[in-house]
Design a protein. Structure first.
Length: 534
């Protein structure tokens, strides 16, 4: 039997097991994230264990390793072979280890879903915490709110460290330096190249960052009647300083009485990527027991794509909704004729790129005029200010990504080091934040990604770079000769995204995908240039 036939037979058997099991697992995940019921938590744990154990099968892994990846005549089979081998490689663990890891992960998720910070005797949702840090002029209340928001870190930190140690132990047993190095390799990313890129972006953005941060510090010091040197984390506008505060354009006012679902539908319909079917099956508003974050989940790779949000009528949640439905249209418009294993985005960063491309549009004057009811004259008047808000967002988010990437690499390099101090050392270096005097708490563990989406955060920043490159290509090539407003109103945009980015799925490695879509390799100059031009 040829290598192609051997692998095709294996894939058919594998998909017959994995496809229905994955669907069942994702449905259970959806129930857990939307209800936090104890039964759904147990169900998710059992299904994750079953699914992971499929990939832990040592005989099947040995079969995949034994096949010569260069011997396949069919390029789609060769690609599936590599993806399968990587998936199996990271799961070669004993059944009891898998059970322990997943129990920890599900338990931590459940803690986050049910956590409500207590401020002055009142339990507050994440939305309520965010609004206080965004709007309150009371520094004492801000401090109490910020400290309460970090309390979840203390509730999960020991379990997160258990997970890190387990992940490291298994990665080292498999021959990797640590779990971080293993995850990057299995994501088809080169660790050295990644951190050279991050360091280069750090250096290139330093002048812009220092000007922005000095201006922000001066504004906050004046607002709170103190000095820049006296500013502390609670004076800034979000729990982790991962996004800037309200800009001069005051974009929230344009959404205070708006239906975010209706706007989402109108926009995606206009560019030729309708979402009405996805909106109907999504869960978009906050309630007790529900996950307080936002995500998109592809239940079955066959059209059941759902979004979870906790919407309120403001610009942040409008942007988040566009972001998540950016993920959703990517999943929806994958070519249904592709093999099951290739019916997913080319890479984590590529789906993040589409989501971030969409999420930026709430700061685009043409988009505001077309969908938020902003009068054209008003939109033109705020255009420059809104562009500066994009720049500020990218600067702040980039620096936050530096913190997360460097911290997580160090976390897996040595989880026994003083992580509480390391967290604030990195936040001081990259964000210019001064830690609270005498604070020694696991604030790092308050970021859910470290536990439940490990070795992921760098993909957000890579996605922003890809989004900038896509923007340049769409405006200069796809929409050549058309008015600027075509970016947010033309079906040509959706047709390009569907044909060149979504339908190919995972048939190519991400770098080839990007080369094909934009006729250029990844070039951070587009991202840096956008920072300087806004």
């Amino acid at each position: 039997m040829s290598a192609d036939n051997e692998l095709q037979t294996f894939i058919e058997g594998h998909v017959a097991v994995v496809a229905p099991l994955s669907r069942e697992c994702y449905l259970a995940e959806w129930e857990m994230q939307t209800t936090s019921s104890p039964a759904s938590k147990d169900h998710v744990a059992k299904l994750r264990e079953r699914l992971t154990k499929v990939y832990a099968n040592p005989e099947e892994y040995a079969f995949l390793v034994g096949l010569n990846g260069e011997a396949f005549a069919d390029t789609l089979l060769a690609r599936q072979h590599l993806l399968l081998r990587n998936a199996y490689a990271g799961s070669q663990m004993a059944p009891e280890v898998i059970d322990e890891m997943i129990a920890l992960e599900v338990g931590i998720e459940d803690t986050f879903n049910n956590f409500r910070a207590v401020v002055r005797g009142e339990e507050l949702s994440d939305n309520a915490l965010d609004e206080t840090l965004l709007l309150s002029d009371d520094p004492v209340l801000r401090r109490e709110t910020w400290e309460s928001s970090q309390a979840v870190g203390g509730a999960v930190s020991e379990r997160v460290l258990q997970l890190v140690r387990l992940r490291n132990r298994e990665a080292r047993r498999l021959g990797f330096t640590d779990y971080y190095a293993m995850s990057l390799e299995l994501q088809e990313l080169d660790a050295v190249r990644l951190f050279v890129l991050l360091d280069d972006l750090h250096l290139q953005s330093e002048p812009l960052w220092h000007v922005y941060k000095a201006e922000l510090d001066a504004q906050l010091a004046a607002k709170f009647q103190t000095t820049p040197a006296s500013l502390r984390p609670w004076h800034f506008h979000s729990k982790f300083f991962q996004e800037p505060g309200p800009g001069k354009a005051d974009l929230d006012r344009f959404f205070a009485d708006k239906d975010l679902e209706k706007i989402t539908s109108e926009f995606f319909n206009a560019i030729g990527l309708p979402t009405d079917d996805l909106l109907k099956i999504s869960d978009l508003y906050e309630r007790p027991g529900k996950c307080q974050h936002a995500f998109c989940i592809n239940i079955d790779r066959a059209g059941d794509v759902r979004v979870l949000c906790n919407n309120r009528p403001n610009e942040r949640w409008m942007s988040t909704t566009l972001h998540e439905f950016g993920h959703a249209v990517y999943d929806k418009f994958l070519d249904p004729s592709l093999p099951y294993l290739l019916r997913e985005p080319a890479h984590i960063m590529t789906t993040e790129a589409i989501a971030q491309f969409m999420g930026r549009l709430t700061k685009n004057a043409d988009w505001l005029a077309a969908y938020a009811g902003v009068a054209p004259d008003d939109a033109a008047r705020i255009a420059s200010t809104a562009r500066h808000e994009v720049r500020d967002y990218l600067l702040v988010f980039m620096r936050w990504c530096f913190v997360m990437a460097h911290f997580e690499r160090e976390l897996y390099r040595d989880p026994e080091q003083d992580l509480n101090s390391l967290w604030w050392t990195l936040k001081a270096k990259y964000q210019g934040l001064i830690p609270p005097e005498g604070r020694n708490a696991p604030d790092w563990a308050a970021k859910i990604h470290l536990a439940t989406a490990p070795v992921y955060y760098h993909n957000y920043l890579l996605g922003e770079m890809v989004a900038s490159q896509l923007l340049q290509h769409i405006t200069s090539a796809v929409l050549e000769g058309e008015p600027a407003s075509a970016l947010v109103t033309s079906p040509k945009v959706g047709a390009y995204l569907e044909a060149e980015l979504f339908r190919p799925g995972a048939i190519l490695p991400w770098e080839e995908w990007l080369q094909r879509a934009t006729h250029a390799p990844l070039d951070p100059a587009h991202f840096v240039g956008q920072l300087h031009s806004l």
